[in-house]
Design a protein around this ligand. Structure first.
Ligand code: PLP
Length: 435
């Protein structure tokens, strides 16, 4: 039983995997937080390393038999520092976090005390749940349950981070930590300005570069490592690895003497148990690929494609938040069209185009967003260039026309017929033809 293939042991799960493989490769993947990782990375991820327990750190484990796991974790750390061009005398990294959320919570646990104050970009303005998000009704995430948080915002006139507003708020709120980084912000960050605010208030500066880490590693965006105390990232977005997280910590300079121990203790035992060694192997393989010259070309192309997607949509007469992008994503404001993000997401699903609804600046809540977020990381991994992206923008234009038509025809026979045909076995293909 141990050595029988999945198709024989569990055809039901195999069949689901096959269908999802078909979905990923037959459709257009435009979700900004996703990517297509390499076969080599998946091979490491699906390896026998999943069998091994290794609580602790290399050389100091709570289990025997870890000589190869130690070798692996040390290699992964080395590659993580190399990928971001970091001097091991000045920076260290913990490669054990299971995901971006646990990496962030571990970093908060290491840096501040329960009920200390933190500030992060508000969720409706593009921030992430783990940056202190709460609603008027509820503290939704561990970062707002265990810490007191106050969101900073975009300047409504420019839709860019309101650094001056943040400075004023920080003076009153007195945070112990400021998080920068976002899930839906198409522009680069001014880390020097954030560091100056943190210095005035005596706060830690933490960057969560989950979305843009591949672009930062390829030196296509500003470098957070110049200014931040701690940098976290996921490994599966622009970095193109498996699903996991990393926490980088500064080792030199005042206040950083014990940061290594604080971060390591926060990851394990404070927030996690045994590391997922198969994932760490896959992260190591992905990071090796990130360090190759071709990855720089990939990152450049991701940005060129996102810029082309943005300008093509503008040429079609649409409105983008901030009017364009510096990175891998665009935020499309659908409100002038009278459409919601949820509606367009559903129509695109029927057409085999995968996108996600997203709040745009000024939306009352993240639950009823007036926009969609589009990213070019996955399509660029499939070798798409600017000319291909223009065609994708044309498809999206037609999807909008269809959404408007369906909205107008709500309840009509035409709508019912469309949904019936588009949701049959040939979903996607037939829908696309009808557009
Ligand atoms: N941080 C940011 C900025 C993110 O966008 C995300 C995920 O979308 C995360 C953290 C959380 O990552 P994970 O889903 O791996 O927990």
């Amino acid at each position: 039983v141990l050595y029988m293939p999945l198709a024989e042991i569990d055809p039901e799960v195999k069949n689901i995997i096959d269908k999802e493989t078909w979905r990923q490769f037959s459709g257009l993947e435009l979700i900004a937080s996703e990517n297509l990782t390499s076969l080599a990375t998946m091979e490491a991820n699906g390896s026998i390393l999943t069998n091994k327990y290794s609580e602790g750190l290399p050389g100091a484990r709570y289990y025997g038999g870890n000589e190869y796991i130690d070798e692996l974790e040390i290699l992964c750390r080395k590659r993580a520092l190399q990928a971001f061009n970091l001097d091991p005398a000045k920076w260290g990294v913990n490669v054990q976090p299971y995901s971006g959320s646990t990496a962030n919570f571990a970093a908060l646990t290491a840096l501040i005390q329960p009920q200390d104050r933190l500030m992060g970009l508000g969720l409706p303005d593009g921030g992430h749940l783990t940056h202190g998000y709460y609603t008027a009704k509820k503290k939704m995430t561990a970062s707002s349950i265990y810490f007191q948080s106050f969101p900073y915002a975009l300047d409504p006139s420019t839709q860019l981070i309101d650094y001056a507003g943040l400075e004023k708020q920080a003076k009153i709120f007195k945070p112990r930590l400021i998080i920068c980084g976002a899930s839906a912000y198409p522009r680069d960050w001014d880390y020097a300005a954030l560091k100056a605010i943190c210095d005035k208030e005596g706060a830690w500066l933490m960057a969560d570069i989950a979305h843009t880490s591949g672009l930062v590693a390829a030196q296509q965006l500003n470098n957070p490592f110049e200014y931040c105390d701690v940098v976290t990232t996921t490994t599966h977005k622009t970095l193109r690895g498996p699903r996991a997280g990393l926490v980088f910590f500064r080792k030199d300079g005042p206040n950083h003497e014990d940061l290594e121990k604080r971060i390591n203790d926060a990851v394990f035992p404070a927030c996690q148990g045994g590391p997922h060694n198969n994932t760490i192997a896959a992260v190591a393989t992905a990071l090796l690929q990130v360090s190759q010259p071709e990855f720089k070309d990939y990152a450049r192309q991701v940005i060129a494609n996102a810029k082309t997607l943005g300008s093509s949509l503008i040429d079609h007469g649409y409105k983008l938040q901030t009017g364009g992008t510096d990175n891998h994503l665009v935020l499309w404001d659908l409100r002038p069209l009278g459409l919601t993000g949820s509606k367009v997401e559903k129509v695109c699903d029927l057409l085999g185009i995968t996108i996600n609804k997203n709040a745009v600046s000024g939306d009352a809540s993240a639950q009823t967003p007036g926009g969609i977020r589009l990213g070019t990381s996955a399509l660029t991994s499939r070798n798409m260039q600017e000319e291909d992206i223009k065609v994708v923008a044309d498809f999206l234009h037609r999807a909008i026309q269809l959404s408007l038509l369906l909205q107008k025809e709500a309840g009509s026979k035409m709508l019912k017929d469309f949904v019936r045909v588009a949701t049959t076995e040939t979903k996607g293909k037939v829908g696309a033809k009808m557009v």
